[in-house]
Structures are given as structure tokens and as C-alpha cells.
Design a protein around this ligand. Structure first.
Ligand SMILES: Cc1cc2nc3c(=O)[nH]c(=O)nc-3n(C[C@H](O)[C@H](O)[C@H](O)COP(=O)(O)O)c2cc1C
Length: 397
């Protein structure tokens, strides 16, 4: 059991401007101390009221080794913090007196033609077994219960076959749809084996992660000798994309898109979908947040959002974060760590986290005057601060 106290002493002193705290103060600790809670014990699931509460709760249960692997980010973790803080650069311009009574009917969406109840999904993340012995099985079951997409990592604790064996048959798509994440390492036969097994067990698309060409600098995890799951990597280039296409007819989604040039190239190469992500800040320090990347694509090549389906993740914790990405043309938004932390409560925890983000998306949309999540007017947000730093291609200037 891990002792509590990862910066807790600072929480009371923190002013948002100068001291970084790991998670926002949702009143959880104040509440727990008032309820005679003992540090190092996990609070009741009913006391989880915000996505960020799950970080605190997981820290109480997991060992330093396991929590460190989930929480770690690259370098001085600036990108990790930026992922969480950048949202404040976009302020809303709520358009009240809009009829928002039917916004709930617009929550559902499709991804590559498959139906889901909401534009949120469980991002691929390695070693689900650190959080709960059922590991990824909880993600499959919670995703089915809530009718959202889940993509297991190639480095899942459970095997592809074990994961497939708990898929539901009664989702919006009939049999549950999951996408399989893949890496391409020096030994490509590992990838080909995964592709073959995932196809055989019914995966409907591959998410090819392109942002891990080497081990990353991760001090918090190196302390416990837990480095990247994917440390033995090779050059990842477009010729490998062509090789993957020769091994599968399923759609390939490129994950780790961090610039407009990459997005345009993926469109040119015929990708059906792209996935904006800086891997939760875990790969390289000073990589941009999804909001900044989506804005860069929107400013330089807005047609990308029409030509391919765009997914995104990294630092999403609130319904408003989801709305900001959707407003730029992103189709669905993933979360990684929050679901890994929620998994410390098993399938009920993951289900609760999904319900939480769904209801925040709906409530926040209504508050802002969004009546249709598939047609969010640009005037509901002020992007001026992103404009100050956006990279413009020479031809866009
Ligand atoms: C513990 C952990 C393991 C991860 N493993 C993988 C992986 O195996 N493959 C991958 O493409 N992304 C992996 N990711 C990145 C996630 O897919 C996602 O991009 C990231 O977690 C999003 O940021 P967030 O945690 O702030 O939501 C991992 C993330 C975490 C936290």
C-alpha cells in the first residue's frame, strides 16, 4: 500500500499561478479527513466526484512502482503539465438562450462507421494489471456497458484472446467493437503476429502508434526500473506503414500525430483516421498538447477534419476539454491515465469514470449553448491565445 502524500502538504498553500499540484483540489481530501479517513486506504467509489479524484484514490492503493509507471511523463514533465493546463487558454463564450433541450440526442457518434454512445473512448495503455488483477477485462466490460470504444494496448497484461473472450454481444454494434493498438519494433514479426491474432478475434481497426521511436526519458519510472513498455524500437517511417497495409485490410489509425505536416501526409497516404496525441506527455518533453495540435491543423489545413476522422487524447479530464477538441473538428476524445486509475476500483470504477465524463460533456454543452455536439459553432469559444503561438506553414501565412 502506498503512503499518501504526493505533494499533499502543498495543496493548501497552492495558488494556481505558482505551485504545481498533482490534481486539482475537488474537496476530496477535506471531505475524507472530516470522515476520519486513514491515509493510504482507498476512499469509497461513491466519493469519486471528479475524474481527477481517481488519481488521488489510485495513489492510495497502488505501490510506488505501479503508480509511478502510470503517472510518469517525460523529462521535467512540462508536457504533462501543459496537457492539463493548456485548456485555460481557450475561454468559452456561452451563447445562452439557445435551445439545448435535445443536446443529449446528439451525444452518440460513429467512429469508422461503428456506433458509440458518446465521443469519448478508453485509450490504449499498457499493463492494466497493475491497477486490478482483471486488468484490461474491466475496460472491455465497462466500455460495453457504456457503449464506448476501447482499444487495448499491444502491451496489455491480458492476452488478445483473453481480452476478446469477454467482449459483449449486445452493444450498439451488436458484437462489441474494439480496435487493437500496435507498435512496430525492430522485430516486426511480433507486430504481424498481433495483427493476425487481433483479426482472428474480431478487432475492427488497428491503432498504429508512431510516436515511440526510442525509449523516452522518464525519471519517475526509471527510479523503479520501469521504463517504456516499448523500449526496443526501430525507425518508424512511411515504408513501415506500407508494410502494415500489406498485412491487413483493416483500417489503420495513426496515433501520435503532433503536427499539421504529419496529418497531411497521413491523409495523402490514405489513412482513414488519425489520432492526435503526445502520448500523455510520456514520450518527449515539450511535445505539444492535443488542443495546440488540433488548432494547428485547423488553422493550416482545416480540410483534414473532413477528409479523415480525427481522434485525440492527452490531458483530457473534463467535459469542457472534450468540447474544446470537438469544436475544432475532432470526432472522439480518449483518456489514458484516468481510466487506469479508475480501474483500481475494477469494472465499477471504470464505468463510473465513463459516466462522469459523459454527463459532464452534456451538462457543459448545455451551459455553453451547444445544441448539437456534431455542429458546434466556432463562436462558442475564443481561441485568441492559441493564435499567438500557432505554427503556420509558409503557404498559410
Ligand atoms: C500507463 C500508460 C501506458 C500507456 N501505454 C501505451 C501503449 O502501450 N500504447 C500507446 O499507444 N499509448 C500508450 N499510452 C498513451 C495513451 O494511449 C494516451 O495517449 C495517454 O495516456 C493520454 O494521456 P492521458 O493519460 O493524460 O489521458 C499509455 C499511457 C499510460 C498512462
Amino acid at each position: 500500500m502506498r503512503s499518501a502524500g504526493f505533494l499533499p502538504a502543498l495543496v493548501g498553500l497552492a495558488t494556481a499561478a505558482d505551485v504545481w499540484v498533482n490534481e486539482v483540489d475537488t474537496g476530496l481530501e477535506t471531505f475524507l479527513y472530516g470522515a476520519n479517513w486513514t491515509e493510504g486506504t482507498q476512499p469509497a467509489l461513491k466519493d469519486m466526484r471528479a475524474i481527477s479524484d481517481f488519481d488521488f484514490a489510485a495513489r492510495q492503493k497502488l505501490g510506488d512502482f505501479e503508480y509511478g509507471f502510470y503517472r510518469v511523463a517525460a523529462g521535467g514533465e512540462w508536457s504533462y503539465r501543459n496537457n492539463l493546463e493548456v485548456w485555460s487558454k481557450v475561454k468559452f463564450r456561452p451563447q445562452h438562450l439557445t435551445d439545448v433541450t435535445k443536446v443529449n440526442e446528439t451525444l452518440k457518434t460513429t467512429i469508422l462507421g461503428y456506433e458509440f454512445s458518446a465521443p469519448v473512448f478508453i485509450a490504449p495503455a499498457a499493463r492494466g494489471g497493475y491497477g486490478d488483477e482483471r486488468g484490461e477485462l474491466n475496460f472491455v466490460e465497462a466500455a460495453a456497458a457504456e457503449n464506448i470504444l476501447y482499444s487495448p494496448s499491444i502491451y496489455a497484461t491480458k492476452t488478445i484472446e483473453e481480452i476478446a473472450s469477454v467482449k459483449a454481444n449486445n452493444t450498439l454494434n451488436g458484437p462489441q467493437v474494439i480496435f487493437q493498438q500496435i507498435y512496430t519494433n525492430t522485430n516486426l514479426s511480433v507486430t504481424w503476429d498481433v495483427i493476425e491474432r487481433a483479426e482472428r478475434t474480431g478487432a475492427k481497426a488497428f491503432i498504429w502508434t508512431v510516436d515511440a521511436p526510442a525509449s523516452s526519458t522518464r525519471h519517475r519510472a526509471a527510479r523503479y526500473d520501469t521504463t517504456n513498455s516499448n523500449s526496443a524500437t526501430s525507425a518508424i517511417d512511411w515504408s513501415i506503414y506500407d508494410q502494415i497495409k500489406n498485412h491487413t485490410k483493416l483500417p489503420i489509425i495513426l496515433k501520435g500525430i503532433t503536427s499539421v505536416e504529419l496529418a497531411l501526409k497521413a491523409v495523402e497516404k490514405g489513412a482513414k483516421a488519425i489520432y492526435i496525441s503526445n502520448h500523455g506527455g510520456r514520450q518527449v518533453e515539450y511535445s505539444p498538447s492535443p488542443l495546440e495540435i488540433a488548432y494547428e491543423i485547423h488553422r493550416n489545413a482545416p480540410e483534414v477534419f473532413q477528409k479523415v476522422e480525427v481522434l485525440a487524447d492527452s490531458g483530457v479530464r473534463y467535459g469542457t476539454d472534450v468540447l474544446k477538441l470537438l469544436s475544432l473538428g475532432v470526432r472522439a476524445v480518449g483518456m489514458g491515465r484516468p481510466f487506469m486509475y479508475a480501474n483500481t476500483y475494477g469494472v465499477e470504477g471504470v464505468t463510473k469514470a465513463i459516466q462522469m465524463i459523459k454527463s459532464e460533456v452534456l451538462n457543459d454543452a448545455a451551459q455553453i449553448g451547444i445544441s448539437d455536439l456534431h455542429n458546434i459553432p466556432k463562436n462558442i469559444a475564443n481561441y485568441r491565445q492559441l493564435e499567438d503561438e500557432v505554427y503556420l506553414l509558409p503557404e498559410s501565412k
